[in-house]
Write a protein that binds this ligand. Sequence first.
Ligand SMILES: O=c1ccn([C@@H]2O[C@H](COP(=O)(O)O)[C@@H](O)[C@H]2O)c(=O)[nH]1
Length: 234
Amino acid sequence: MRPVFVALDTANPTRLNQLVGQLGDPQEVYLKLGMEIFYGLGAEPVRELSQKGYKIFLDLKLHDIPNTVYNAAKQIAKLGIDYTTVHALGGSKMIEAAKAGLIEGNPAGHNLPKLLAVTELTSISDQVLAEEQNCRLPMKEQVVSLAKTAKAAGADGVICSPLEVQALRAKVGEDFLYVTPGIRPKTSASDDQSRIATPSQAKEFGSSALVVGRPITLASDPQAAYEAIKKEFN
Ligand SMILES: O=c1ccn([C@@H]2O[C@H](COP(=O)(O)O)[C@@H](O)[C@H]2O)c(=O)[nH]1
């Protein structure tokens, strides 16, 4: 079964516990904890949820000089997490430094966390890419180019939109993870996301895993919404 990570974007501990409690057996639930939790509540919820057996994707999107990223990744690895992120735009030396930091900080006996490089955020449209980032490449080519750099620098996969996965599989390879946010079931609002797809489209395009936040966390029955998305994707 391919993973569906639930993005728990809240800094309210009561809300966090309530949501986690609604999702089901820790051994079968994949959680994505991001900046809101980490900056609001610190590292403790990350350690606690990991110790309870949840698979943890800590999405802090590191983007800094290589030395700073190396030291930050070393600390992140100590939390006992399974996946983490850097921005591919930080360059190959920064991605290599992140990988080295994860290896150095990883506790003995724990699987090495997988390093995912964010290509272009799924909130970025073709227009913003061209007019604000002044990128000369079309979106798919830009994402492929960033993914090639990330792979050569030692990343285990990338974060991208499902809309780019077919091109990525063809040009970057099958031996790489394509983890896709920007997921919206047919009846959900797109919110601030630009490059979106439904769970069944993501399945058809070949996403390795999904990241889904508001369509689950704001649903009247989050567990039912989570189960429906897992079923549609698998
Ligand atoms: O390109 C990216 C990278 C990360 N995200 C994160 O995924 C979730 C999506 O939440 P929704 O509520 O389903 O929109 C969120 O935590 C983002 O930080 C992304 O959306 N796009």
